[in-house]
Design a protein around this ligand. Structure first.
Ligand code: NAD
Length: 332
């Protein structure tokens, strides 16, 4: 049995975390969850968003499955997600964008893997209020941090025989910062046999909704990666369908792309698929790929049937009924 830190999170987090626990139990996946929460709910109880018990658990287990955390908007709060990613230098944010079921979709050739730099750019949190009427946010791009994410994308593309790596920037306008990211990419690309494509982020957004099949592995900076991965989610059924992970040198936190969805919290209709597919990425990396495949197959079969879809996909099933259908399918 391997121990994994489970952070249920806020909003729909506890509902989708419970779904993962039920599916793992039914499948007898050899994982023990050490549950330590973080976020708004913990703050209201304990006066801190990220309790020490969480850091202790993460540092012990080095691997975590995390639900979404609500980040209060406004002054004085740095995103808790950004804080965790920076503290443990989880520099790779990897998001596979591929349909997990036969759903009505505009395109049938979407198969991308997005590598997003996870520690710098405008998300470094270097902001300054100059006056009541002026505020600055500093964009930080460094050679070392660009190189390691770009290499991770090329290594992945080479190891998985992918067609190309597309580097997304706005180097025509932000010549110093995005220009540096692009220069590094051009240098790194020389070490690989994988073709590199260059594209500006505005054109990328249009191309992704017009002709997504042309893209394979994508590597980009933090902010563009955040936006493009939600756009990618929209191509494959929405935020309830897209998994993700944050990886550093010796720790990984697996979490879906979506947030805490306060608009549907407590209604029992959240789609737990993204969190389940995220747990599959974790299982793959833990050498439990067979369990991951069983879960993916059950998700595919259940969601491909219009009668057993969740509300976000136009279906009628509650979270609980959907999980029941998955467990029945897994047991067959
Ligand atoms: P969101 O992703 O929570 O929701 C966007 C829309 O998608 C909503 O209509 C929501 O109902 C729907 N949706 C999202 N996940 C779904 C699911 N699994 N099943 C069905 N529908 C789903 O984005 P938001 O509303 O902009 O953000 C809400 C909060 O989440 C904010 O506090 C934000 O900071 C936080 N957030 C956290 C993370 C994270 O912890 N990794 C990521 C993004 C946003």
């Amino acid at each position: 049995m391997k121990t994994v830190t489970l952070i249920p999170g806020d909003g729909i987090g506890p509902e989708i975390a419970a779904a993962v626990k039920k599916v793992f139990e039914a499948l007898k996946v050899p994982v023990v969850f050490e549950e330590v929460n973080a976020g708004k709910a913990v703050f209201e109880r304990e006066g801190t968003y990220l309790p020490d018990a969480l850091f202790e658990s993460l540092e012990r287990n080095k691997i975590a499955l995390k639900g979404p955390i609500t980040t209060p908007i406004g002054h004085g709060f740095r995103s808790l997600n950004v804080e965790l990613r920076k503290k443990y230098d989880l520099y790779q944010n990897i998001r596979p964008i591929k349909p997990a079921a036969d759903l009505p979709m505009k395109f049938d050739d979407v198969d991308m893997v997005l590598f997003r730099e996870n520690t710098e750019d405008l998300y470094a949190g270097v902001e300054e209020v100059i006056s009541e009427n002026e505020a600055h946010s500093i964009k930080i791009i460094t050679r070392d941090k660009s190189e390691r994410i770009i290499r991770a994308a090329f290594d992945y593309a080479a190891a998985n025989k992918r067609r190309s790596v597309t580097v997304v920037t706005k180097a025509n306008i932000m010549k110093a910062t995005d220009g540096l990211f692009l220069d590094v990419a051009r240098d790194v690309a020389k070490d690989y046999d994988v073709p590199m494509k260059e594209i500006l982020v505005d054109n990328m957004a249009m191309q992704m909704v017009m002709n997504p099949g042309q893209f394979d592995v994508i590597v980009t900076e933090n902010l563009y990666g955040d936006i493009l991965s939600d756009l990618g989610a929209g191509l494959i059924g929405g935020l309830g369908m897209i998994p993700g992970m944050n990886k550093g040198k010796d720790m990984a936190i697996y979490e879906s792309v979506h947030g805490s969805a306060p608009d549907i919290q407590g209604k029992g209709i959240a789609n737990p698929t993204a969190m389940l597919l995220t747990s599959c990425l974790m299982l793959d990396d833990m050498g439990e790929g067979a369990s991951a495949e069983k879960i993916r197959r059950a998700v595919y079969d259940v969601l491909s049937n219009p009668d057993t879809r969740t509300a976000d996909l136009g279906g009628k099933l509650s979270t609980e009924d959907y999980v029941r259908a998955l467990i029945e399918r897994v047991g067959e």
